[in-house]
Design a binder for this molecule. Structure first.
Ligand code: SF4
Length: 696
């Protein structure tokens, strides 16, 4: 308590998957002071620029304060009755697969759990997918192929205990800044600790790195095949550990026959990297969207995992492949089965025994037997009329999906569309029939899971604006109105979490990894007081690493190495579209800027959209610094100011993703990106469009 009379409340940052703990203190007048929580294991008091500015992003301007139907404010009963009746009527006329939910890694776990239960257990369709599909679906697919489960093997402590960190397709310094701070602090304490960055761009994460491998866009499989081949050649395999692995020989054979020249790196650079990797036993390979957002994303993930399995460098202190997730609760969404091809608690939709357990536990009338439509296919189905009622929750697909103009047109053409969000002023909300006002960060309570499996509480400290409700409550209200009163009769997020924890115990009894049964029966007070806790959490085990003991979740109990070959990005450059367009974040903005755009401090970092281009290309095109240029792809166009820099390779350009019709209509980037996906994960190839450039 300080002089204000308001206590500090422990919560979690609203942004990235690092999941930093924050201490929140209201001033009683809508203002909020935020500082890092020194006792949270993820950040130990640290925050980045976005976390530090959280208090500046909570203003009520632009907030949706009441339900709105066709542009007119209304009451909750009218809006919810309409949503429930339209969904029920559509299902009755066209079947369960004619409706869909498109949700978000911004949802809290309890919200996500109810959405998934409503769709899969009661509506009876698996047509629920999430914007996490755009973020880390390739990691999910890669981990499931290798481990038999979507399990992150390691912990954040590994990043400090490693002797070598390799960042692959990850600008950690901007996108997961507190993890970068932890690595930098560890390197200061142990200067012998090495850092390698594998990225077609020279980013802020390269500052102070021992090596930057500026490989060609999409060539990661070739690089990690070269590493696997060197591991075999140098007899650096762990023969004992390989007893727990299948497919090793085929993977080695494929790696030996792989062509490393497609990386664009010379043999000396590759040798320096493989020597460093082989000679440092404690190595963590961190990967993120540069790996995932690719038509070969799952293969890239498995190429990295192959090297860790071959050397037994997994699930031990300072060793392992490590996926860092984009959103605050992408992991929680994966755990509740928020993807169209998953069931709750990491159970498998395709496995009859798993379906039976979930259906029985929920006492659900039905459960789908096949995966639903993944994000890109879902919006195609909206566009061609197969999906006739769509509910979008806390995400802005009209901006963020590839081929965004086609997605906008699809949403507009859909018979019935609903958006739940904190604002009605997004490109997506403007297209929809019904807007439902949801509570936002600092106004709602629940849990999130971060990239190292730590479950933390988010706590409400601000009053809900207008008549906004938490998402779990909105979803449960619709479920009850659709006739499933008992299944959705929740009184609090604590009740939902308790049900979820109990279901996880049944999943674990089937031999699955996700087990938080030790958090069942907490009661309201226990849930309220829940400390950050890394799963698994049973009565006898808490946290720790997976797979160091050689036990995996595949039917054979063995890990799988995969035989892989490089595949170039699907869109080909050529005379008409000679440049490869990479896309990504800037340090101080988040998604489509609905929150970070409110902070002048954050906007001061990079105030306007831009296009990075190599000096050689700029000279050839006749571009001068700060010229406005038009980008044209086969799908659309944008106008951006050029930033001439050798941080990108010749032939490649980079543009940020954040700007929208609301903030800079000419700078929307995802309307240039083709809707090409990884065939295994369904994740779009967001970093490898092709474009032509001309002076505006
Ligand atoms: Fe928030 Fe991520 Fe920054 Fe931590 S690193 S303060 S979770 S944005």
């Amino acid at each position: 308590m300080d002089g204000s009379g308001f206590p500090e409340v422990r919560s979690t940052c609203a942004y990235c998957g690092v999941g930093c703990g924050v201490l929140l203190r209201t001033d009683g007048q809508g203002g909020l002071k935020v500082r890092g929580d020194p006792d949270h294991p993820a950040n130990q008091g640290r925050l980045c620029s976005k976390g530090n500015a959280l208090g500046e992003t909570i203003g009520l301007d632009g907030r949706l304060l009441a339900p709105r139907v066709n542009g007119t404010d209304t009451d909750w009963d009218t809006a919810l009755d309409l949503v429930a009746s339209k969904f029920s009527q559509t299902i009755a006329e066209h079947g369960a697969d004619s409706v869909a939910l498109y949700v978000s890694g911004q949802l809290l776990t309890e919200d996500y759990y109810v959405a998934n239960k409503l769709m899969k257990g009661f509506i009876g369709s698996a047509n629920i997918d999430t914007n996490s599909r755009l973020c880390m679906a390739s990691t999910v697919a890669g981990q499931r192929r290798a481990f038999g489960s979507d399990t992150v093997p390691g912990t954040y402590e590994d990043l400090e205990q490693a002797d070598l960190i390799v960042l692959v397709g990850s600008n950690l310094a901007w996108c997961h800044p507190v993890l970068n701070q932890r690595i930098q602090a560890a390197r200061k304490a142990r200067p012998e600790m090495k850092l390698v960055v594998v990225d077609p761009r020279r980013t802020a994460s390269c500052d102070g790195a021992d090596m930057h491998l500026q490989l060609r866009n999409g060539a990661d499989v070739a690089l990690f095949n070269a590493l696997l081949s060197a591991i075999e050649e140098n007899d650096a395999t762990d023969r004992d550990f390989l007893r727990h692995v299948e497919g090793a020989q085929a993977a080695f054979d494929a790696a030996r026959n792989s062509d490393a020249s497609v990386t664009g790196l010379d043999a000396e650079q590759i040798r320096a990297f493989t020597d460093l990797w082989i000679n440092n036993k404690r190595v963590v390979t961190v990967f993120s969207q540069g790996v995932n957002q690719s038509s070969s994303g799952s293969d890239k993930v498995n190429a990295i995992i192959n090297c860790h399995l071959a050397t037994g460098r997994i699930g031990l202190p300072g060793m392992g492949p490590f996926s860092v997730t984009g959103q605050p609760n992408a992991m929680g969404g994966r755990e509740v089965g928020g993807l169209a091809n998953m069931l709750a608690c990491h159970l498998e939709l395709e496995t009859p025994e798993h379906r039976q357990v979930v259906q029985g536990f929920w006492q659900a009338p039905t459960i789908p037997t096949a995966p639903g439509l993944k994000a890109v296919d879902m919006f195609k189905a909206v566009g061609d009329g197969r999906i006739k009622a769509l509910w979008i929750i806390h995400t802005n697909p009209a901006v963020s999906m590839p081929d965004a103009d086609a997605v906008s047109a699809a949403i507009k053409s859909c018979d019935f569309t609903v958006v739940s969000d904190i604002t009605g002023a997004t490109d997506t909300a403007r297209l929809c029939d019904v807007l439902l006002p949801a509570t936002g960060w600092a106004e709602k309570s629940g849990t999130v899971t971060n990239s190292d499996r730590t479950i933390s509480r988010q706590r409400a400290v601000l009053a809900a604006p207008g008549v906004a409700k938490p998402d779990w409550e909105i979803l449960a209200e619709v479920g009850r109105r659709m006739g499933w009163n008992a299944a959705f009769n929740y009184a609090s997020p604590a009740e939902i979490f308790d049900e979820y924890a109990k279901l996880s115990g049944q999943a674990a009894a089937l031999g699955r990894d996700f087990d938080i049964s030790g958090l069942a029966d907490l009661g309201e007070a226990g849930y309220d007081a829940l400390e950050p806790t890394r799963w698994p959490v049973t009565k006898t085990r808490q946290g720790g690493r997976f797979f160091g003991d050689g036990q995996f979740f595949t039917p054979s109990g063995k890990a799988q190495m995969l035989a892989l070959q490089h595949r170039a990005p699907a869109a080909k450059t050529g005379p008409r579209f000679p440049f490869r367009l990479n896309t990504g974040r800037v340090r101080d903005q988040w998604h489509s800027m609905t929150r970070t755009g409110k902070s002048p401090r954050l906007s001061a970092h990079l105030a306007e959209p831009f296009l990075e281009i190599h000096p050689r290309d700029a000279a050839e095109q006749g571009f001068k610094p700060a010229d406005l240029v038009t980008l044209r792809s086969p799908l659309g166009s944008a106008i951006l100011r050029v930033l001439i820099t050798d941080s990108v390779l010749p032939g490649e350009v980079f543009a940020p993703i954040h700007w929208t019709n609301e903030t800079a209509p000419s700078a929307r980037i995802d309307n240039l990106v083709p809707s090409v996906v990884d065939a295994v994960s369904g994740q779009p190839e967001s970093k490898a469009a092709v474009v032509a450039l001309s002076k505006f």
